[in-house]
Unconditional design. Structure first.
Length: 454
């Protein structure tokens, strides 16, 4: 045996290298396992922290939830309910105080005025109304917004990585229009006083006029509606002044109405329905005073049933026949008045004849009334006020026109009608006289009547 070194065989070298590789692989695997375990542990710890964060917000609202100007982030249902209730009570505790003419003072609560206070939540562009009494439900809803998202997304919201759903709560106050209208009506009944015109009776006794007062309840309702529909926190205090309403007919007018300037009468049977209709119609124009340029529609005046009375059925024309109609006979009032006005020197601005001749009037000098088609409209063309007196004396209907003594300027007026030979056409005129001499003749109308059937 010599002293030289023995070289390892090739197989031995390969085995050694393999052992080294295996050792390294094992070490790497162990390292990977250790690192993976650490990552898993870190993930588990992070998941645990995430769950803790989300759980901590389970009963509170996420950010971007607003009650008026207050953000409700991290506020729980109890707090939000209390804030909503407090706001509700603040608006419902407001009062409305109304004074009239600086004296009469009355205070009203929101309950008395029917005020409704609720909340409106605008959530992602969608509005939902929560009326009074549902404050807890609204608070519960605020807390629940975005709580249906996955835990990861909720955690992103908490950490400010993800935008939360925006929700804004505002107060909505709503007035009760019916209650306000009823309130205004009560004020009107209490403070509105209609003016009373000066009057003159059959004995020419004058009762002086009385001015009235009116309260602008339209403005009152407008102001109250504006206030009660707003979120104004201060109480409402307003003074309303009544305003004078002057009488349109003054005693000074009537003192000079002492002369009959036109009078006409027609025969009347009074003890039947027609007679009662004529009496009622006559009462509706009796005492009417027209100032210069003022006019009267007989259709409006005679059908004004504000006196609570109604016409009965009596004879009237329809298709050239006499039929029973409501208000039959009242044309006798307009006809008699027409002739009285002509004698007073006043030519009506509108007048229509009957379809057929009437027994109580001169043909061509009658004045028919028919709703929607025929009217007698008279305008006071004199420089002085006039008064209409209309009444029944015995079996005659009288219409008299009173005015100042100098109203006709010394002239007298006489209406007349002339028939065209062989026809039912009549031409009427108003002749004007001065000192017994005719100085003017005005053609009034040309009327053609039809024959009465049956």
């Amino acid at each position: 045996m010599d002293g030289s070194k023995h070289s390892p065989s090739p197989s031995y070298k390969r085995a050694g290298a393999l052992l080294i590789v295996m050792t390294i692989s094992i070490v790497i695997a162990i390292l990977i396992m250790v690192i993976g375990t650490r990552k898993d542990n870190a993930r588990e710890r992070e998941d645990a922290r995430m769950n803790e964060r989300v759980s901590a917000h389970a009963d509170t609202a996420y950010g971007n939830k607003w009650l008026m100007d207050e953000e409700l982030v991290d506020r729980d249902e109890g707090y939000i309910t209390d804030r909503l209730t407090s706001l509700m009570e603040k608006y419902m505790s407001r009062t409305v105080t109304i004074r009239i003419d600086g004296k009469d003072r009355r205070q009203y609560s929101m309950e008395e005025l029917g005020e409704k206070v609720g909340f409106v939540i605008n959530e992602a562009g969608k509005e939902t109304v929560y009326p009074q009494g549902r404050e807890s439900a609204l608070a519960r809803h605020i807390v629940s917004i975005d709580k249906d998202l996955p835990v990861e997304e909720q955690d992103d919201i908490i950490r400010g990585i993800r935008q939360t759903t925006k929700a804004e709560i505002t107060v909505r106050c709503t007035s009760d229009k019916n209650i306000l209208t009823e309130l205004a009506s009560k004020y009107s009944k209490k403070y509105d006083k209609a003016p009373k015109n000066a009057t003159i009776n059959a004995n020419m006794k004058i009762t002086s006029e009385k001015n009235g007062r009116v309260l602008d309840t339209t403005a009152m309702v407008r102001d109250l509606t504006e206030y009660l529909d707003s979120t104004e926190e201060a109480d409402f205090l307003r003074n309303y002044q009544t305003k004078k309403v002057k009488a349109t007919v003054k005693a000074s007018y009537l003192k000079k109405i002492n002369t009959s300037i036109g009078s006409y009468s027609t025969v009347l049977i009074t003890n039947n329905v027609r007679g009662k209709n004529v009496r009622l119609a006559a009462s509706r124009i009796d005492g009417r005073v027209l100032k210069p340029e003022e006019q009267i529609s007989f259709l409006d005046a005679l059908y004004d049933d504000s006196d609570g009375k109604k016409y009965g059925k009596a004879g009237g024309f329809l298709n050239n026949k006499v039929v029973q109609v409501e208000g039959g006979g009242i044309c006798q009032v307009s006809t008699t008045a027409y002739d009285a006005f002509l004698i007073a020197g006043i030519i009506p601005v509108e007048r229509s004849p009957h379809t057929c001749r009437v027994s109580y009037a001169v043909a061509g000098l009658d004045a028919a009334l028919a709703v929607g088609t025929k009217d007698l409209v008279v305008k006071n063309t004199l420089k002085y006020p006039i008064m209409i007196r209309s009444n029944i004396e015995g079996n005659r209907l009288y219409v008299r026109i009173y005015s100042y003594k100098e109203a006709k300027g010394g002239y007298t007026y006489k209406p007349r009608a002339v028939s065209e030979k062989g026809s039912l056409t009549y031409v009427s005129y108003l002749d004007k006289y001065l000192d017994g001499v005719r100085v003017e003749s005005v053609e009034l109308s040309r009327d053609t009547y039809k024959k009465l059937k049956g």
